[in-house]
Design a protein around this ligand. Structure first.
Ligand code: GSH
Length: 211
């Protein structure tokens, strides 16, 4: 049987989205840790020319990006899960919620790469504006969460929106990027989902350094 390898990090929010889908879809995957995110060679990122992770590798083929990987895994699954993808969102509130969570995930990466890894000054306009937009997106999500969840199609087993939001909220705490206390509804949402088997099986951790 061909192995599905996910090149990524156990500490990465995008990788976790893909790992949760693999878990729920019953598709066995092997995580191949990318220890250093500062490399400039696509080979470090499983061949992704954009120098981003995660990448799914199977046989000779590669799939770049978390959402793409989730879709590819769904195609390879024997389980007939009812998955809600972004194009199935029909109401303004759920479409906006998808946009806000996608933006917030990218902003989280911007702050981690720029300030934590790049050691750049947080008071730079690039990070100040990034942080303001990030907080704005979280505030909007906190205010509109109930409506956004209500507007998701039912019945469903899984939605990309909920998995992304869960991974984002737990990552804020894991990386200590922004306080979660101003967003009580998001905190409650993540706390409730954290007991699910897929959440427990994919908890954030830093991968052990390669020997
Ligand atoms: N479009 C990509 C974005 C993935 C992404 O930003 N991943 C982060 C790690 S969580 C990354 O590659 N960071 C390295 C960098 O930005 O240089 C996706 O949807 O998977």
């Amino acid at each position: 049987m061909t192995t599905n390898e996910i090149l990524g990090r156990s500490s990465s929010l995008y990788t976790r989205v893909a790992l949760i889908f693999a878990h729920e879809l019953g598709v066995p995957v092997e995580l191949v840790p990318i220890h250093d995110m500062t490399g400039f060679e696509p080979a470090v990122y499983g061949g992704n020319p954009a120098l981003k992770l995660p990448t799914l590798r199977r046989g000779g083929s590669q799939v770049f990006g978390a959402e793409n990987i989730c879709r590819a895994l769904a195609d390879r699954s024997d389980r007939n899960l009812r998955i809600v993808w972004p194009e199935q969102l029909r109401e303004d509130v759920s479409r906006n919620a998808q946009e806000m969570v996608a933006h917030a995930m990218a902003a989280q990466v911007q702050l981690v790469i720029g300030i934590v890894i790049g050691q750049l000054p947080p008071e730079n306009i690039y990070f100040v504006k990034g942080r303001r937009g990030f907080e704005g997106a979280l505030r909007w999500l906190d205010t509109n969460l109930a409506d956004a969840l209500r507007a998701l199609p039912t019945p469903r087993d899984l939605s990309l929106f909920e998995v992304m939001l869960f991974c984002l909220i737990e990552h804020l705490v894991f990386r200590d990027t922004l306080p979660i206390t101003p967003y009580p509804k998001l905190a409650a949402f993540a706390a409730e989902l954290s007991a699910r088997p897929w959440a427990q099986a994919t908890a954030y951790k830093f991968d052990a350094p390669s020997a």
